[in-house]
Structures are given as C-alpha cells and as structure tokens.
Design a protein around this ligand. Structure first.
Ligand SMILES: Nc1nc2c(ncn2[C@@H]2O[C@H](COP(=O)(O)OP(=O)(O)O)[C@@H](O)[C@H]2O)c(=O)[nH]1
Ligand SMILES: [Mg+2]
Length: 388
C-alpha cells in the first residue's frame, strides 16, 4: 500500500469515528410543555433538557396560550438556532389539558412526555421513564410526589396535599390502578397510544393523565418514579386547585358529557342557583323590607346576574377565567348585556306561545330554554371566548 492510500485510509477512519461520536440520533422523544406566562423559565428548561437527554434524539414542544409576557417569542428566539425547540401558540384558547393533547399530537416522535415548564418537575427522570416504556414492560411512566423517595415539599399548602390524597383514592376507583399521585402532570407514553385515545379525551378540567388512564382499553401498565417536587423557578402558579371540582367535571364529562355538554350543564346549574339568589333578594326587599315590587325585582335581577357572572367565571370557565378589576368589570357588563337580550327573547317567545294557546308553564319553560341557550352561546364567545 503506498503512502497516499494509507493516508487516505487513515483520514477516512478518523472521519467515520467523528461521525459516530457526533451522530445525530433520530427523533425519539418529544417533551410537551404547556406554558402560560413562563418566559423566564424557558431558556433554563432547554438547558436542563439538554443536560438530561443529550444533544439529539428529542424535541421540546412549548404549547403557549398566547401569554402576555412574551413566552412564545422567547421560545421562538431559541428555536431559531436550535431546531429541537418548537412552539405552538394558541390564540383565544385556554386550558392545560387541551394544550397538552395538542402538543402531544403535534410531534413525529414515537414517545411523548408532558411536563410543567416551571421547573417543578425534574427532567433528569425522563431517561428512566423513557426506558421503562421503551422496554415494552410498561405503557405509561409517571413521576409521583408521593412515591417512596419522592416528596411534595414544593406543594404550597397542607390543603393541597390533602386534596391530592383524596383525589388518589377516587382515582383508584376510576382507573382500577393503584396510583400514589393521580394528579401528577409529569408522565410519558407511546405517542401512538395517545393518538389512539385523543378523540376520547375530554380536554376540560380533568387532569390529563387521569383521563388517559381511565379511558384506555385495555388498562395501561403503569410505572411510578419518585419525584422531588421543587418550588417553581420563576413566575407564579396559574391553576387554582379545585381538585374536587376537576373530578366532578371530569366524571360528568365522562358519563354524561355526550348528552348535555359539560360546560352547558355547568352554565345551566349556575343559572338554576341564580334563580334562588333572585328569589332570596326579592323576598328580602319586597316582603321583609316593604320595597315596591318593581324595585325589588330589578335589584334581584342585577344581583342574580352578578352572582351568575361570578360563579360562571369561577366554575364554568375556570380554564379561561377573567382576572383583575378591568377584565372583571368589562366581563360583567358584557354578561349583563347578553342576559338582557336573552331575557327579552325569553319573555317575547313565552308570551307568543301563551297567546297561541299553549299552557302557561310550557310557554315559560320554552322561554327559559331559549334564553339559556342564547346566554350560553353568546357569553361563551363574547365574555370568556374568542372575542373578549
Ligand atoms: N398552555 C397552557 N398552559 C398552562 C395553562 N395553565 C397552566 N399552564 C402551565 O401548566 C404548568 C403548570 O401550571 P402551574 O401554574 O405551575 O400549576 P401548579 O404547578 O399546579 O401550581 C405550567 O407550565 C403553566 O405555565 C393554560 O391554561 N394553558
Ligand atoms: Mg407549577
């Protein structure tokens, strides 16, 4: 072999070795991170993901609900020089569960994880979680604050910890699986499994992992990993922690949601409570305090509408809740305006039916049904929705 050939052979070998070292692994895992005002947490999170997962084989999908602090822009800034980072920016949409589902459906990676962007979840667990599912021994791996070796120190209150324990007991019934932390938001599964189930997931209220576990047929085999739940790095918590409410809404949605949509049912229930408030205020003013009927009725109407607005904001639309005095004030005005039109339609339709010989109570019920649908449809758009 002459010198030149030998030199060439050596060069080729070096190049091949280099290629092996820096080999770009194919995309295996997507980490979906729902965000709402997490700007300061994005860059440090990318660093931690890289430290945990190495230079390639993964991507991070930030699903941002149009945060006002520029979270999506921060993720895009990083993405310009780092193609592992992706952004989905949703406009006029809110909600952790639906953000997670959309993120999980938006990747080509065969495995997908969901995790909080606020650093309360430790990315160092991801590799072991991935191995557990990849091995075929388990279908879903998740991080538990209450597994042996984990802790919940980052949970801000005793009440939340108790709430979580109660939820676990209920979840056991729902999923048939023993879970030490049913409300965990940090889990990993095959993305094909997720896509198969996606059409049956509710995407409202219900914690997403629990939703996945309770709708999977056959049941998923679950592996727990102890999580040391940390304090959030920067920013503040957005979720209120009506764990019980999440459950009730979730259960309703599972069993009756197809008959009467969950949100409409909540809206209707709130409306029903509003009638009691109305009657209570009216009796107080008219019967007890001797005001005129018109004044009593007018006051009761305003109080009931305000009560309904407040409770709908808290319950029916808790995933897109209005906050702050300004938002609340304009929301309230729009809600009252919507209801006023609804009430007018109610009275007009009922009077027409009654005038045409329908029984008074049928006419009244039709009027009420008409106004409920109107109020719901319009307020969900104008007060809490797309056009707010
Ligand atoms: N896309 C999206 N992300 C959300 C929403 N609500 C919360 N998040 C994100 O979900 C994660 C958990 O929320 P967080 O407020 O920390 O809840 P906590 O840990 O239970 O206090 C964080 O990364 C939030 O930015 C939402 O409505 N939409
Ligand atoms: Mg958090």
């Amino acid at each position: 072999m002459d010198m030149v050939t030998e030199q060439f052979r050596q060069q080729m070998e070096t190049a091949a070795a280099l290629a092996r070292v820096s080999a770009v692994r194919p995309l295996e895992l997507a980490i979906v991170l729902p965000t709402l005002n997490e700007r300061g947490n994005i860059a440090p999170m990318v660093d931690r993901l890289e430290a945990a997962l190495g230079p390639s084989g993964w991507e991070a999908v930030f699903v941002d609900d149009n945060s006002q602090d520029g979270t999506a822009e921060e993720a895009r800034r990083i993405s310009r020089t780092d193609s592992r980072i992706r952004v989905i920016q949703r406009i006029g949409r809110r909600g952790l569960a639906s953000a997670a589902i959309e993120g999980m459906c938006a990747t080509a990676a065969p495995f997908v994880a969901v995790m909080d962007a606020d650093h309360q979840h430790d990315p160092a667990l991801l590799m072991d979680m991935l191995e557990a599912v990849k091995s075929g021994e388990y279908d879903l791996a998740y991080a538990s604050r209450f597994a042996v070796g984990g802790n919940a120190n980052g949970l801000s209150s005793k009440g939340r910890e108790q709430g979580s324990r109660l939820a676990n007991a209920l979840a056991r019934k729902l999923t048939g699986t023993e879970l030490s932390d049913a409300m965990s938001g940090f889990f990993l599964l095959r993305s094909e499994q997720l896509r198969k189930q996606a059409p049956n997931l509710s995407g409202i209220g219900f914690k997403i992992m629990l939703d996945i576990l309770s709708t999977a047929r056959p049941q998923l085999r679950v592996k727990e990993f102890p999580l040391k739940f940390a304090e959030r790095l920067s920013g503040e918590s957005k979720l209120d922690h009506g764990v019980a409410l999440d459950f009730i809404a979730g259960l309703y949605d599972r069993y009756l949601g197809r008959v009467i949509p969950t949100r409409f049912a909540l809206f209707g229930t709130v409306g029903g409570l509003g009638v009691f408030v109305h009657m209570a205020v009216l009796s107080l003013l008219y019967l007890a305090l001797g005001s005129s009927f018109a004044l009593g009725q007018a006051t009761a109407t305003v109080v009931a509408m305000t009560f309904n607005f407040w409770l709908n904001n808290l319950l029916t639309y808790r995933d897109s809740k209005l906050t702050g005095p300004r938002e609340m004030f304009f929301g309230w005005i729009k809600f009252c305006a919507t209801c006023a039109v609804g009430a007018f339609a109610n009275v007009a339709a009922a009077a027409m039916l009654q005038g045409n010989g329908f029984a008074w109570w049928i006419a009244a019920l039709v009027g009420i049904a008409l106004a409920s649908v109107w109020n719901y449809a319009l307020s969900s758009k104008f007060v809490w929705g797309r056009f707010r």
